[in-house]
Design a protein around this ligand. Sequence first.
Ligand SMILES: Nc1nc2c(c(=O)[nH]1)N[C@H]1C(S)=C(S)[C@@H](COP(=O)(O)OP(=O)(O)OC[C@H]3O[C@@H](n4cnc5c(=O)[nH]c(N)nc54)[C@H](O)[C@@H]3O)O[C@H]1N2
Ligand SMILES: Nc1nc2c(c(=O)[nH]1)N[C@H]1C(S)=C(S)[C@@H](COP(=O)(O)OP(=O)(O)OC[C@H]3O[C@@H](n4cnc5c(=O)[nH]c(N)nc54)[C@H](O)[C@@H]3O)O[C@H]1N2
Ligand SMILES: [Mo]
Length: 798
Amino acid sequence: MTNHFVDYKNTNVFLIIGANPAENHPQVMRWIARARSEKGARVIVADPRVTKTAALSDIHVRLRPGTDIAFLYGIINYVLENNLYFKEYILNYTNASYLIDQSFGFEDGLFSGATEKDGTFSYDNRSWQYQKDGDAIKKDLTLQHSNCVFQILKKHVSRYDIKTVCRITGTSEDSFKKACELYGSTGKPDQAGNLIYAMGITQHTYGTQNVRTTAMLQLLLGNIGIAGGGVNAQRGESNVQGSTDMGMLHDNLPGYLSVPFASKHDALKDYIDKETPKTGYWSNKPKFLISMLKAWYGGEATRENDFRYDWLPKHDGKNRSHMGLFEMMAAGKIKGMLAWGQNPAVGGPSASMERKALENLDWLVAVDLFETETAAFWKRPGADPKAINTEVFFLPAAFSYEKEGTVANSGRWIQFRWKAVEPPGEAKSDLWIADRLFKAIRHEYQNGGKFTDPIMNLVWNYDQPGEEEPNLDQVALEINGYEVGKSAPLASFAKLADDGSTACGLWIYTGYWAEDKDAKLPATKRRIKTDQTGLGLYPQWSFAWPLNRRIVYNRCSCDPGGRPWNEKAALVAWDGSKWITNDVPDFGAQNPQTGEPVPPEITADAPFIMNPEGQARLFAPGLKDGPLPEHYEPVESPVKNIMSKQQNSPLAARFSGEFATVADMYSKKFPYVMTTYRVIEHYQSGAVTRNCPWLVEAAPEAFAMISPQLAEKIGVKGGGEIWVETARNKVKCKASVQPLMKALNIDGKAVEMVGMPWHWGYQGLAPGATANDLTPSVGDPNTHIPEYKAFLCNVRKA
Ligand SMILES: Nc1nc2c(c(=O)[nH]1)N[C@H]1C(S)=C(S)[C@@H](COP(=O)(O)OP(=O)(O)OC[C@H]3O[C@@H](n4cnc5c(=O)[nH]c(N)nc54)[C@H](O)[C@@H]3O)O[C@H]1N2
Ligand SMILES: Nc1nc2c(c(=O)[nH]1)N[C@H]1C(S)=C(S)[C@@H](COP(=O)(O)OP(=O)(O)OC[C@H]3O[C@@H](n4cnc5c(=O)[nH]c(N)nc54)[C@H](O)[C@@H]3O)O[C@H]1N2
Ligand SMILES: [Mo]
């Protein structure tokens, strides 16, 4: 997963699905171009629209929004039927040979364990588990047993033959077959296939299962852990990788430690007993959590008081994701909100309803560069400011170029950036604002209040004499980790302990602040441009978490005996007596006690060290909505699911009140499939780019893209005005009439598609219609990401 952009030059075939890097990640195109010119690499793009990326591809396959599982399963089925998969790889490095419980089954769209209680659907996943002999998992290394993962998978995907797939996706059979053949060619040991995805894959009620399907395909072809391979999420905001690393999600603590729940993790022991696997690298979890508690609560956290685990906030089990919060806000249950660098009034699903929900707040603090639509919600068109009692505070923030700090990119490099210019006016860095805000809160708590201890005792030692700005080096040291009582940053999280002797805010970043001896700088700040292998690993260019490893799962780049599958792209190799390590090994290459090399037979057992079983999962018992992906229709779809009686994912997250509004099944009122996307000229909710005169000039007006046929049908010309309407709302914008958009043939029925960028709102230099006024509030059961990419609409001339 997440190979870095430079590594893309090592790729033979790209499959870009649900991403448009030519507009959204232009740097990526540079390395793709390099792979094409130097290696003759070829590019497949799977996108409903003819994107700028598709324009540069060898094969563009169109598909209907929301049909990626069928699409990818079609490729998987082709790969299995034609023996294009990498047998030695899946046998040794995945759970292909594992036997699954006898009672596991799949029938008419549902997996075994389906239960419905009081109208709520859930799965009991006991029948999805491995068969065991004591602690040992039962396997069939011939891959023939009918209950082994390989056979279960084969049977499951055999239903996705080319004809069936194309009936669902609307792809032409001819181009689909070409794509299968080309991508299937990367199953050979010396061929690297790189799967690039982004929001076209994730923003669905089965987004997690979409991502799983990409991983399954890559595993079957042996494309994980090798140079030029990977399942490569194109991360979004410049530091969205960093913010998830830091635990910004409601169910994560820093470093992907799961958040403790009040219902089941009352004491530290409960958390440790229930959340620590016996095997795999996560068996070290207590060390990471306890070191984090030491970083937060310092000397107050002792073994006797369970390191103040009782001070750590616990999840209350309610839906605390974006949509869950707005549902509660609409119901009047949330009184205050910090909108810190986000603009839900434009970016959130069913945005017009979210804007209304904001009226129920007593107070709103917006920390931003501009007065966004969210900050100005109380004076939005159609609202009566006199009737809205929310008190709004606006704190002007410095932009990325106006402050220093690190951002983590799609390849997990944590790169330090220096300040280029001073922030204008009263704008302050986010660190400054967080620091002053915390101190002000603590000041209030001095006079008492509820549960003051965690606030009063939080380690907050970032003052530096004579300086306005908090001490960034101190913050970085805390994130990196150190031995209690010492000030040197630790070089590796292997040094973290569960006895209170180490403190560390974010275990996966350990080492990023440790000094690089050549550069005489913290690793994150170094910029040494040497690449001995020619593979573009650049080990002394900033720092990649974890442990400066550039390509994760790199044990899989060689065979069980330690011989690289592809000698020209060796990341690690066993030379008969020791490991040659071009990259930092992602396995126990050395005995930690003796320093002796560990031979390949032993290290081949656990190339996926984060899983307790040490192997990658073609079949994954851990997700809420099934151990294998299955095609369901988006919640709003123009057609019936031809794969089963199950029209939608039975676990799709849905919300109450106004947020429950969805179109009727195969609604005649809303006959077209709609999707939302980005353009190169604008960024996100447009807060920044709609305040840049030159970008506004380049892309001044909100629009929706429709096909020439649809334009003719509704009697509108390019540049004419249209109404776009969904079950939620309607908006008026310009029609962009383009042959880039074309109806798809879905099982004999012509289905038109409408695409609309979501960058506009009522603030800034160039106001325009907000696409999110139209989007539904439904989402993925595992991540709660909204289904922004597939819903139904109608379009008519305005
Ligand atoms: N210029 C610019 N760059 C950006 C951003 C920006 O706003 N502007 N935003 C940043 C952020 S935060 C992010 S997350 C990334 C997002 O990067 P991308 O995911 O590349 O962005 P999108 O344009 O939303 O969606 C990608 C493509 O998915 C297609 N698509 C829609 N539905 C489906 C579907 O069901 N299946 C498939 N296979 N494809 C589908 C769309 O037609 C679109 O071309 O970009 C980042 N970079
Ligand atoms: N329909 C539809 N909706 C979508 C998507 C889609 O594809 N389709 N994509 C979704 C995705 S992937 C994302 S990431 C979300 C994004 O949703 P939001 O995060 O709400 O949108 P942004 O416009 O990125 O908001 C960032 C805000 O931060 C401000 N800002 C920029 N730099 C700084 C800084 O250094 N400090 C502070 N304090 N503020 C700063 C900007 O001015 C802006 O107002 O939108 C989602 N919404
Ligand atoms: Mo994003």
